[in-house]
Design a binder for this molecule. Structure first.
Ligand code: E4P
Ligand code: PEP
Length: 340
């Protein structure tokens, strides 16, 4: 940490701060300037008191961090990217192969999830998505089929072999959802539910961590840090759009987050174009952008009849459009040396 003193701060004020710095476990190194002095505080900011509280001392102008607040997710000191094994290592996310997770927003019936699973598999998806526990804005809207929905997902996996990604909404449901899910999805609304992150991490299952609706990238990476800190390295970051002033789209898909997350961390990055814009007509374009930006995969909402979907119908594409999407990203994948 660096402490910047106010211009002409008296020596006794500076000494009092240095004493406090020592008391808090850092080694103070004072640099006396003509007008202003600074104090470099030697110590690990991530495992100690952060010293930001020292702005309460009268002579202190500001306290600045030197280290990033995350360490386990950090790219620093780690050249290779994390590869997340899914379903006992049958699939690996983060390598050269690009993975597309696809399926309906919500599991609505056995027939719906089975037919969608068959359709998306035939078009190249490698993982089946489907929500059984739905985080709805209104308590009156469809909340998901819960355990019955998980059983339907399991039946779809049994027939198609597609591993399952599904959302876990609450800490109390972690063990139940983990019995069915190959990847636990932590949704945007729960991205900073730290107790849920810890409980999900402790299952050892791969986790797809969505970015919260108004989350800064640092907060998202610190949420991922909670999972790694529990000893679970199998984390994927998922950018799904953030709230902005724009009204043409439901959310603003932040593709710059792919480049930043790749620069800052070693974790695979997945794009959700469906939540990302809330419009089926934009999904293909956003998927192309995601590939070009260097994402490791996509999670796309596909419904056999979006007009009758029980949640998020406007952003779900039909299996036919999904097929076109898979074809459209192929040349782009080749251009970035990846393949389906
Ligand atoms: C999907 O069903 C999500 O829960 C959904 O995006 C939440 O948004 P809504 O309940 O406002 O439709
Ligand atoms: C979803 O994928 O079903 C979902 C609710 O996504 P998000 O958490 O990104 O809103």
């Amino acid at each position: 940490m660096i402490i910047v003193f106010k211009p002409h701060a008296p020596k006794e004020q500076i000494d009092a701060v240095a004493d406090e710095v020592r008391k808090l476990g850092y080694e103070p190194r004072l640099i006396t300037g003509v007008e202003q002095s600074i104090c470099a505080c030697i110590g690990d900011e991530r495992s100690q008191h952060t010293l930001e509280t020292l702005t309460v001392f009268p002579g202190v102008e500001q306290v600045m961090r030197v280290q990033k607040r995350y360490k386990l997710v950090s790219r620093e000191g780690r050249s290779s990217g994390t590869v997340v094994p899914v379903d006992g290592g049958k699939l690996k996310i983060g390598g050269r192969k690009f993975h597309v997770m696809a399926g309906p927003c919500s599991v609505e019936s056995q027939e719906q999830i089975l037919s969608t699973a068959r359709e998306v598999k035939a078009r190249g998806a490698t993982i089946l998505r489907g929500g059984a526990f739905k985080p709805r804005t209104s308590p009156y809207e469809f909340q998901g089929l819960k355990e019955e929905g998980l059983e339907m997902l399991a039946a779809a996996k049994a027939e198609t072999g597609l591993p399952i990604i599904t959302e876990v909404l609450a800490e109390k449901d972690v063990a139940l959802v983990a019995r069915y899910a190959d990847i636990l999805q932590i949704g945007a609304r729960n991205a900073q539910n730290f107790a849920l992150l810890v409980a999900a991490a402790q299952t050892g299952k791969p986790i797809l961590l969505k970015r919260g609706l108004s989350m800064r990238i640092e907060e998202w990476l610190l949420a991922a840090e909670y999972i790694l800190n529990e000893g679970n390295p199998h984390v994927m970051l998922c950018e799904r759009g953030i709230r902005t002033f724009e009204t043409y789209t439901r959310n603003t898909l932040d593709l710059s987050a792919v480049a930043i997350a790749k620069q800052e961390t070693h974790l695979p990055v997945i794009i959700d174009p469906s939540q990302g814009c809330g419009r089926a007509d934009l999904v293909v374009a956003l998927c192309k952008g995601a590939v070009a930006m260097g994402a490791d995969g996509l999670i796309v909402e596909v419904h056999p009849n979006p007009a009758e979907a029980m949640s998020d119908g406007a952003q779900q594409v039909t299996p036919e459009i999904f097929g076109g999407l898979m074809k459209a990203i192929e040349p782009l994948l080749a251009a970035v040396d990846r393949s389906l």
